[in-house]
Design a protein around this ligand. Sequence first.
Ligand code: NAD
Ligand code: DAU
Length: 365
Amino acid sequence: MAKLLVTGGAGFIGANFVHHWLRTYPGERVVVLDALTYAGNLANLEAAKGRSELRFEPGDIRDTALVERLLREELIDTIVHFAAESHVDRSIHGPDAFIETNVQGTHSMLKAARTVWLKERTVSSHRFHHVSTDEVYGSLGPDDPAFTEQTRYAPNSPYSASKAASDHLVRAYHHTYGLNTTISNCSNNYGPFHFPEKLIPLMIVNLLHGRALPIYGDGRNVRDWLHVSDHCRGIERVLQRGKPGEVYNIGGGAESENLTLVRTLCAVADAAFRERTDLAARFPAAPAARGEPSASLIHFVQDRPGHDRRYAIDCTKAERELGYQAEVTLAQGLRETFTWYLDHEWWWRAVMDGSYQRWIDTHYR
Ligand code: NAD
Ligand code: DAU
């Protein structure tokens, strides 16, 4: 039985992973360490409240002594490291937090793991799994082959540069000290608990309120969309079958231009308003409440500085070596995600406490 320390487990992917693990391995200990920044929310773990396997520890990954204490106290043998500053736009306006959390924070986690696992030998086997991003590989042209694990690192934003630096530190701790590490680099996740500053949840919340849907630049940038449940299963496979020191790409095999994606989401919303009679009363400002197309809200805005044009993931290695396969199609995932936001209005209203909206207003409106 594994004993997990999940950093960033109150964030979007971390919380989905905690729920996945508790469902799949009831009885296994899961300790969540999370600083509850603007992106972390205990509401994301509400459904697991009261589970005796779960311990929530508020705290910062840069607090090496705290991490060491948790590793010793709980005899943790597996770290799944999600905690990070994750939003590219924020990294453009304020890079410091990204260096502090993503680089120094990851280094703090590695130092604690080295002390407790390699020097004190509290457990007989261990694994440090680092969750990273396809953005470390840079930007692709329209006909370039998808990113493989051999693609040269070429990060373009302060966010992706900080993640690249953290990947290199993880690699170095494996090669230099023999820490048992794995890294996964994945594409754009979407699904439940996605904070409404990222493209898909922002568009959902805006269209329900009849607000403009801001498309950066010409809207032709391409992302490879990965349902968060597929990502969680991918990480599970890496933990179980991944080899020490190895890197695995995890993708959804669902490339889409942003404009196409947003138009699809608008069509999903329009269909939902036609089918569910309660929606017009709940969201009277939505164009769909008047039988008008949600896509009428699409609005082109100034491009993101240094905006990467295209990401695409080749996950042949994960398929071959881990038996990983994405299961959720983009069409199905978008429908389910839209429905989740309709059914969890309390959640997104609670996380959008005003500070987020002020930040958006200052920088983008
Ligand atoms: P998120 O922003 O939703 O959540 C990050 C979590 O980390 C929050 O709960 C936050 O409170 C916590 N955190 C931040 N700083 C901390 C600190 N110093 N100490 C402790 N906790 C701290 O992020 P996410 O989208 O869930 O991403 C999780 C990980 O996956 C990140 O490492 C990110 O780089 C990576 N990733 C995300 C995506 C994506 O599409 N969202 C894709 C590829 C990789
Ligand atoms: O590729 C993996 C990465 O995906 C992760 O490492 C990041 O943590 C995650 O935030 C995500 O980064 P992106 O920058 O790709 O995601 P975002 O949702 O911010 O934007 C997706 C695309 O949509 C991107 O091309 C920018 C565009 N966009 C975004 C927003 C928020 C818009 O056109 N309008 C918007 O309002």
